[in-house]
Write a protein that binds this ligand. Structure first.
Ligand code: HPA
Length: 234
């Protein structure tokens, strides 16, 4: 079996998939955190792996950047491979009162993308994390003694040349982070009757231009992967 974008065998993915944007990060997570990891997808070099974490089957796969790419992979994982739980792990730009390196559990995701409106009859869709997955992530963070903030974020289609007033608007609405996938994943998951959550590390601050060093970024991503896996193994 294969889909237009995934050439894995039927049953190759676990019910829970961690979804970083970068396929090489998926490879790194699989090698660093999973036992007996097998590569299950290589089409377009969007590497996917399935292995064991604390004896439970978990997969990790790259999604590419942006709602368009990540929804293609998430849709095929859900509809063709029986995936029931998607945990995006990625970085975000910080807004307002949020520190570099802070982990954010994205409770809701506003967006400048039109994709949810198109799928929702032209109405505004309220894209939100699955509550029980969010609660599991909060509990896993408490067990790991990892400080997290549960907060609204913003998913943008434009990394460059977006709305010049957006940062001010986001701050006015107490939105803490900007990334490029969560709103699309949340709406897709709700429509498909599966669970989704985005766990994000603040890698740069959009008002101060401060950013994490390469090492700090890797440490942050490692902490996030552990949190996502503990949440998955709950
Ligand atoms: N914009 C969009 N996505 C991001 C950013 C950003 O500033 N930082 C990390 N991911």
């Amino acid at each position: 079996m294969s889909t237009p974008h995934i050439d894995a065998e039927p049953g190759a993915f676990a019910e829970t998939v961690l979804l970083p944007g970068d396929p090489l990060r998926a490879k790194h997570f699989a090698e660093a955190f999973l036992d007996d990891a097998q590569q299950v997808n290589s089409r377009r070099n969007m590497f996917g792996y399935t292995g064991l974490y604390r004896g439970q089957r978990v997969s990790v796969m790259g999604s590419g950047m942006g709602i368009a790419s990540s929804r293609i992979y998430a849709t095929e994982l859900i509809r063709h491979y029986g995936v029931r739980r998607i945990i995006r792990v990625g970085t975000c730009g910080g807004v307002g009162d949020v520190a570099l390196g802070q982990i954010i559990l994205a409770q809701s995701a506003s967006t400048d993308s039109n994709i949810n409106r198109i799928g929702f009859g032209g109405h505004d869709f309220s894209a939100a994390a699955d509550f029980s997955l969010l609660r599991q992530a909060v509990e896993a963070a408490e067990n790991l003694q990892l400080p997290v903030r549960v907060a609204p974020i913003f998913s943008t289609d434009s990394f460059y040349d977006g709305d010049p007033n957006i940062v001010k608007l986001l701050r006015q609405h107490h939105i803490l982070g900007v990334e490029m996938e969560a709103a699309g994943l949340y709406a897709l998951a709700q429509r498909e009757g599966v669970q989704a959550l985005a766990i994000l590390t603040v890698s740069d601050h959009l008002e101060t231009d401060a950013h994490l060093s390469g090492d700090e970024r890797e440490q942050g991503l490692g902490r996030m992967a552990t949190l996502a896996l503990e949440c998955a193994a709950h």
